[in-house]
Each structure stands twice: as structure tokens, then as C-alpha cells.
Design a protein around this ligand. Structure first.
Ligand SMILES: [Fe+2]
Length: 341
């Protein structure tokens, strides 16, 4: 071969190698509604282990969903991460998520905490519990979500707006085990028992219990943990002054929910995306959540943090969380009819 030809041959190989490298090293793009530093650390560990780079765009869940919808087939996103099975179910219903076949995910994540058709997978668990003021409420006075409808709680309850997905999913779980009217009557009674109109987020309800504005708040467990581990001394005092009660232990179990992920339907890197989902279900990732965010692991046999152990063990509701997405519209409707703004 003439030297000139050899050179062009070699440079052609080089160019194609570069092209292959460019494709292989294209980062995974995650649309995440979670804003924890610990998540970023996990993604870095994933990159170290697999060589797959990860980029994250963080925004509110509603913004990310809107963006996925408007970008459609042209989206660069590969993975959607958000809190609440209601939202994950919505993303599935809108056709934004692709099914994933993964033995690892089906084996490690218990069935209630993933979509039966594999469009999304929970990777952290949280319980929606009662936080109460121990100087005004004895734990024997507490029992079930249903019992919060009783007159003894008039002017004593706290919860955020029903516009929030966490309360919508709690109501959806009540519809799932009873019916729409029972859930509506419950929502109306609980709203009437509130110490003030719904306002603020879950953390604000816990602060309001500590401040004596109400006696019992309906909130997610990890918010007590986030206040407990806060850099703000006032918030640490708040966390130390309240107690957690797990409702429905003698009946249906405490309402639980997940933070989860799915692969974007239009992703062009589904293999790498699946690897990231499998990484989130690994022992390594699962062990980090209790310590970093006070969320429970979804995988069985992973150790809880000392703080979580101090809250005690509990029986979770065994409802398949995909129901929460299916019943979300109905839950929103019943909350509105009940006057829970
Ligand atoms: Fe949250």
C-alpha cells in the first residue's frame, strides 16, 4: 500500500474509533425531582463502576413531566426520577415511560413497590404516619387514619393541601380498600377536624405540632429525619419534641409510598439506563438511603439507620402502589368534593 493510502486508511480508522467512543460516552441524562446531595454521590459511584457518565436536570415533578411531554420523541432524557407512585403512574399513563425487563429489579424490589408492567420501580420507601405532641396526646388515643374522623380530634389535626400528591395517594389508598364515598366522608371529617386551613409542606406540619398549633399531623416519616439531622438547631428541637405513630397496625397497615424511577420511552440508551436502575436497587445504594435521607430501603434485609430503628418497626399496607396512579383522578375529585382544599 502506498504510504498516502495507508495514512488515510489509518485516519479513517481513527475517526470511526472516535465516533464509537463519542456514542459510547454519551452521558445518561436523568430528569430528577429529587434534590439530595446523596443522590449525586450515588450517580458518581455508578460512573466509577460502569464508566457511564451521568447528567442530572433537577426541577419540580410537574415541570419535568411537562418537559417530557413537550419534548416527546426528541427528548434527550433517559431516566425520570420522582417521588410518589401516583406521579410515576401518571407518567406511565401518559406514555412517557418504557417497560424494562430486568431480573435483578423484579427479584430485589418487592412486587407492591414496582409497576406490574415494569414501567417504574420504587427504590426508596416512606410511610405516611402521625406525628404527635406527647404532652397532649397519648399513643393509646391513636389507632387508624379512619379514627381521625372522630369528633375528639376537632380543631387538633394538621395536614397539607390535597393538591399535594402525598395526600392524594393516601386518599387513593382509602378508596382502594373501601369506596369513593367512604373516602370522601373521611376526607370531609378530617378537614373539619383541622386546627387551621391546609398550608405549608410536611415539615411545616411537624413544626406546627411542636408549636402547639395542632396535636397530630399526617406526614411522611423522612421529614422527621430531615428535621432531626438539620443544621438548624430549632428544627432539631422540633424533631426531638414530637413522636411518630404508625397507624392501622391492627388493620390494613400504614400507608407507604416510594420514590422511584422509570426509563423514558424515547431514550436511546435504554441498556445503560437499566444499569442505573439496577444500581439504585443494589445493596450499596439501598444502604445509603436510610442514613442520607431517612428514607427506608425498598430491598429487604438492608439495615435501617439508628433513628429509623428508634421509630420502631411497622406493618406496611400491602396494596400494590400502581393502584395509587390508577385512582389518582378519583382521589382528587373526592378531596375537592369533601372541601379539603
Ligand atoms: Fe417529600
Amino acid at each position: 500500500m502506498h504510504i498516502k493510502h495507508l495514512l488515510s486508511f489509518l485516519s479513517a480508522i481513527l475517526i470511526s474509533l472516535t465516533a464509537v467512543r463519542a456514542i459510547a460516552s454519551e452521558p445518561l441524562l436523568i430528569y430528577s425531582h429529587r434534590h439530595y446531595e446523596a443522590d449525586q454521590k450515588l450517580f458518581e459511584q455508578f460512573t466509577e463502576q460502569t464508566g457511564i457518565e451521568v447528567q442530572v436536570i433537577k426541577a419540580k415533578a410537574s415541570e419535568l413531566l411537562q418537559r417530557l411531554k413537550s419534548e416527546g420523541e426528541n427528548t434527550e432524557a433517559d431516566i425520570f426520577i420522582t417521588a410518589d407512585a401516583g406521579r410515576l403512574g401518571y407518567a406511565k399513563q401518559e406514555g412517557l415511560l418504557a417497560p424494562v425487563e430486568s431480573e435483578i429489579l423484579s427479584k430485589r424490589i418487592p412486587a407492591p413497590y414496582r409497576d406490574p408492567e415494569n414501567h417504574w420501580f420504587g427504590f426508596t420507601l416512606r410511610a405516611r404516619v402521625f406525628v404527635y405532641a406527647p404532652d397532649r396526646v397519648k399513643p393509646e388515643e391513636l389507632s387508624t387514619y379512619e379514627a381521625l374522623a372522630e369528633d375528639t380530634w376537632r380543631g387538633r389535626l394538621l395536614s397539607r393541601s390535597s393538591g399535594n400528591i402525598y395526600n392524594q395517594s393516601l386518599l387513593a389508598s382509602i378508596i382502594a380498600r373501601t369506596d369513593a364515598k367512604t373516602a370522601r366522608d373521611w376526607a370531609r371529617a378530617v378537614r373539619q377536624n383541622m386546627a387551621r386551613p391546609p398550608q405549608g409542606n410536611d415539615r411545616d406540619q411537624i413544626r406546627a405540632v411542636a408549636a402547639g398549633i395542632g396535636d397530630v399531623a399526617i406526614v411522611n416519616t423522612y421529614y422527621v429525619g430531615l428535621l432531626h439531622n438539620s443544621e438548624n438547631e430549632k428544627d432539631r428541637d422540633v424533631a426531638n419534641s414530637v413522636k411518630i405513630f404508625f397507624p392501622n397496625q391492627e388493620t390494613s397497615g400504614t400507608h407507604v409510598n416510594v420514590s422511584g424511577a422509570g426509563i423514558v420511552a424515547a431514550s436511546t440508551q435504554k441498556e445503560d439506563a437499566r444499569k442505573l436502575l439496577e444500581f439504585l436497587a443494589s445493596d450499596e445504594a439501598q444502604k445509603s438511603f436510610p442514613l442520607a435521607t431517612s428514607e427506608y430501603p425498598v430491598v429487604a434485609g438492608i439495615e435501617w439507620s439508628d433513628l429509623q430503628k428508634s421509630w420502631g418497626t411497622f406493618k406496611p399496607d400491602s396494596l400494590n402502589l400502581s393502584k395509587l396512579g390508577q385512582l389518582n383522578r378519583e382521589a382528587v375529585k373526592q378531596a375537592n368534593l369533601a372541601g379539603w382544599e
